[in-house]
Design a protein around this ligand. Structure first.
Ligand code: SIN
Length: 284
């Protein structure tokens, strides 16, 4: 697949971060008006490598949105700080007064009935050192399970919710009524513990510490124990890569097959990021 991408675009140079996941793509300007063939080649490469990185892309916010929209409909996140002029863009800004909190493995918005296909994150301001993002290949994480566990989780469903965001609303002063209205608008979703990628047909582990609450129809203690064991798969370094940001670096990850973790080691330094999120389909 990587060969296909370079065949289609001989001006690209691909640098894999690890054998398992993550590729830097050099020789592309994200702001160009790309042909359908180029977008298809990037999509194929994304499915194969789970996360693509692009450096030195001093493009406009509008170009970020236009590029992301080539891969699908964009979401407006109902809980985070959205850009005033561009609601599809969320700001993830942290500094001394606003400590980072997404240093936990997750896939984006799995509490939605149709969670994200992929996210495209841009670095605006980065600390001198630290603030890397780590990515884990959840297909490899699934493949690495023993056969008994694979059998145990085959066909199980898990419940995902946004209670963390609701608690954040409450902390910022929202009333109980406002929080309850959001809870009703975005109720929990259930998804298979093992999802099948709609493009590659490959199986991946689709539970995460941020949003998964329990395995449906399982005793709570048993569910907790099983989920803790499954979450730990993302922690195995063999399934990971780690990206060091520079201003105007972009990362494009496949939320259907990868999880990510934003290291909080730089705090109280400043780190400012902008994310555009592409809507996906119902996991099966
Ligand atoms: C995210 O979790 O979407 C953001 C990751 C990051 O800031 O590195």
């Amino acid at each position: 697949m990587a060969e296909l991408a370079t065949e289609l675009n001989s001006e690209w140079t691909l640098r894999h971060l690890t054998p398992c996941i993550g590729t830097e793509v050099h020789g592309i300007n994200l702001a160009d008006n790309h042909s359908d063939a180029t977008i298809a080649a990037l999509s194929d490469l994304l499915v194969e490598r789970k996360v693509l990185f692009f450096r030195d892309q001093p493009i406009s916010v509008e170009a970020h949105i236009v590029f992301a929209a080539r891969f699908g409909e964009l979401e407006v996140h109902p809980f985070t700080t959205n850009d005033m002029a561009h609601p599809e863009v969320i700001h993830l800004d942290n500094d001394e007064a606003n400590p980072p909190y997404i240093n936990l493995w997750h896939s984006d918005v799995t509490w939605r009935a149709e969670p994200s296909l992929g996210s495209i994150l841009r670095a605006r301001v980065v600390p001198e050192v630290g603030g890397d993002t780590l990515f884990a290949n959840m297909e490899a994480a699934y493949d690495g399970l023993d056969e008994a566990t694979k059998e145990q989780i085959d066909g199980l469903m898990a419940m995902h919710d946004n209670e963390g965001f609701l608690a954040g609303m409450k902390m910022r002063g929202a009333s109980d009524e406002e929080v309850e209205a959001k809870r009703q608008e975005f109720p929990p979703s259930t998804h298979p513990v093992v999802r099948t990628h709609p493009v590659s047909g490959r199986k991946s582990l689709y539970v995460n510490r941020a949003f998964t609450r329990c395995i449906v129809d399982m005793d709570p203690a048993e569910s907790d124990a099983l989920l803790q064991k499954l979450y730990l798969q993302a922690w195995i370094p063999d399934y990971q890569c780690r990206f060091r940001w520079e201003p105007d670096s972009f990362a494009f990850w496949d939320n259907r097959a990868a999880q990510h973790y934003a290291a909080a080691d730089y705090w109280p330094e400043t780190r400012k990021m902008e994310r555009v999120t592409i809507i996906g389909d119902k996991p099966y």
